[in-house]
Each structure stands twice: as structure tokens, then as C-alpha cells.
Design a protein around this ligand. Sequence first.
Ligand code: NAD
Length: 433
Amino acid sequence: MSHSSQSMVESPSMEKDLTLADSPAYRRNIENFDNAAKVLNLDSNIARRLRQPERILIVSVPVRMDDGTVNVYTGYRVQHNDSLGPYKGGIRFHEEVDLGEVSALAMSMTWTCAVMGLPLGGGKGAVKVDPFRLSRRELQNLTRRYTAEILPIIGPNTDVPAPDMGTNEQTMAWIVDTFSQRLGHFAPAIVTGKPVEVGGSVLRSEATGRGVVYTIEEAANEIGLNLKGATYVLHGFGNVGTFAAQEMTKRGAKLIAVADVSGGYVNKSGFDVHQLFEHVRRNRTLEGIAAERVPALDVLTVPCDVLIPAATGHVIDSNNAPKIKCKIMAEGANGPTMPEADVILERNGVFTIPDIVCNAGGVTVSYFEWVQGGMHFFWNEEEIDTRLQAIIRKGYRGARAFAKDHNVPTRIAALCVGISRVDKAMRLRGLYA
Ligand code: NAD
């Protein structure tokens, strides 16, 4: 049975009640979802259910600051779909985050897990805060209180958070401790992306950046691009960006422009990536590196072979898309490209690796961490890397095969593969009434 998007929009929905549709990130995801649903001729009942999250929790997070005052931050946990397994998705600390974006990110996690064939669903959490303005103690207070507020809906078998923008291994360790204090015993399975010392997996930190480069390798093979000597540009130099840079360096590629929250930096003769790591380790940002300074967004239009957005969402739109001159655009970040930009990039022959495939390495190793924690038996680096490559290359090839068979862009193809797996599971499970 086919559906018209008109009838779906008019039905009463969480989407309308919570004005999710006002968010560009949510609108982008819905537009892509509707396009994929059309290709699949998806049942309208299933489509209506999948267009909105299953559960949204909004919490207020009071935090005692170092000067004795109390600040109150807004936090979210959104659970999109758990038809294939427990909700899974990171926690973001960012001052510009809103409910629409968290809901979009939760939805993307459903498709990422499904397209990779992982037995997990999609969720996402966030706190609207600039973590760089908080001291370590304030950040710990914020993390612990946010964890306490969302504890009623998360758990090792229900919803397992992980790091995302603005959070890291340390944040996950504080969450483990908060949950363990509540239970009265060590309970690391509440999150993935933990330090190895408290039950984490080797290679989890590296996983997203590595996965990005494994998919770039696949794409480069398809278009006949040699990564040795290829130029690339990074928008974002945090967890995903730095480990992607490490892998690109191993393959002999040259970083010619990079941006982070402090701005954009161009060096046409190529940066020494190791020096950049050291600079950021010491100073937290790229501020002060020797290079030509440009606004952060301008690095996206520096001509290169491979462009890797690895920071915030919706940075590529109809304004800058015509100026993007790259062969491959690999979405390390979630949702960097707006649908109208997709059309322009496609027309200009840019080979796009969509986020739900490109950045799936993180959740794949998070899945391994969850499995290893359950067995209390841990794999070594080689075992993890072999398994990661097997899953991410298979996911990539599955999406590309669908794209070729149905003559649709890889983004829509990847969504179709993911959505059809969730659709099958929903039909088999039936509707609880
Ligand atoms: P991070 O916090 O470690 O790093 C973010 C980087 O982006 C930093 O260099 C920061 O300075 C920069 N940045 C922030 N705001 C910016 C702006 N306005 N302009 C330019 N740069 C800016 O975050 P991360 O974990 O590397 O995540 C980056 C992206 O990758 C996000 O979209 C996230 O959802 C996605 N992602 C992360 C993972 C993961 O495992 N960490 C997995 C999948 C997807």
C-alpha cells in the first residue's frame, strides 16, 4: 500500500505537538525518509510510526557551579525505535542542540544500526550546554545529574548511551559510576565508549574515524582515486576528525584545510597531522596553529579530493554546495548535508558517502563493547579491527548495491536498506494493542 505524505502530516502527531518540524535537522531527516519510503512503497501505517520517536524525555539539570550558584540546563533523551534491539545512541553536550536535532539524530541511529545489521535500535541524548565553559568539576556535576534524570528510561538492556560531540570516555566513566552508586555494585553496561580500565573496548575511541576512512577506501576504489598523495579537508577536529586524519595520514593523503570551533585553517602544502594532535591536546582547540586563517565554514569549499565534515549538522546547504569542489564527500558528522545540497552535489558529480554508513564505525565497536561486557571476555585490537572492517565494508557494499539496482542516490539506498529491515521486524512483532 502506498501513502501520501499529505495524509501523514495532517494526522495528529508528536511531530506537531512538539514542533519537531520546526527544526532543520528534523525536516532534513523526514524529507530523506519520505523519499526512501516512496522507493520502498512503504506501508503508510509503518511510515507514520517511523516518522516520529517512540519516546521523548525532557529534563532540567540543576548544577552547582564553582562559585556556589546553581545553573539549570535542559537535557533530552529521545528513543526513536527499538524493533531490532535496545535503543543505542550517543549523548551530545552542545549549546546549539534542540529537541528537533536530538530527535533527528535518534532516528538516524535507528537506520545506522539497521543498515549495518546490528541488533540495536536508535536513540540519542543531549544537554544544551557549552562544555568548554565549564570546569572539570562542573562538567562532572552536570553529567551525574543528567544521568540521574534520565535513569528511569535507560539501562543495559533498554537504552545504552555512548559519547558524541562534547562528551568522551571520561563522561562515560562518570555515568558508569553514577549508575553503579545507585545500584550498589559495579555496573559498566549502562554505556559504551567507556575507558578500557572500567570495562571499555580497545579501539572504541578510534572506531568512528577509522570507519570513515574504510568507507572512503571503498569509494576511492569505485571511482579510481589513489589515496596516496590525495588531498583532503576536515571540518571538525575532535574524536572523529582526529582519528580520520590519523588513518588518512597512514594512507599517504595530505590534509590541506581543517576547522574546529576556533575557526578554519588552510595550508595548501599540507599540515603535519601529528603536530596538530599535540597542539589540540595542549590547547583544546586549533587556535594558534601556523596557517592561513579563514571562517570555519570556508574550509568546506577548499578544492580537494576528499572532504570530511566531522563537526556539526546542516553545514552544507544550497548556498555553499555549488562551491564544493571535491571527488568524495564522506559524512563523518551526522546530518551535515541538507537535501537541497544533495541534489547540487549529485549534479556536480560529488560521490557522497552518507552519514548512516560513513560514521557507523563508532556504534559498531560500541556493539562489540556491549557484547564483550556481557561475556566478560575481551577481544584484542586485531580481532576488533577485523570485525569492524567486515561489518562496515558489508554495510557500505549493501547500500551501494541497492543504489545501483534501483538507480537512486547512495543516501536514499542506505536508508532503504535500513528502513526495510526495521519494517520487517515491526511486521513480525505486530502491534501491541
Ligand atoms: P567532538 O566533540 O570530539 O569534536 C567535535 C569537533 O567539532 C571539535 O573539533 C569542535 O571544535 C568542532 N566544532 C564544534 N562546533 C563547531 C563549529 N560550529 N564549526 C566548526 N567546528 C566545530 O565530537 P565528535 O565525537 O568528533 O563528533 C563529531 C561529529 O561526528 C558529530 O556530528 C557526531 O554526531 C558525529 N559522530 C560521532 C561519533 C563518535 O563516536 N564520537 C559517532 C558517529 C557520529
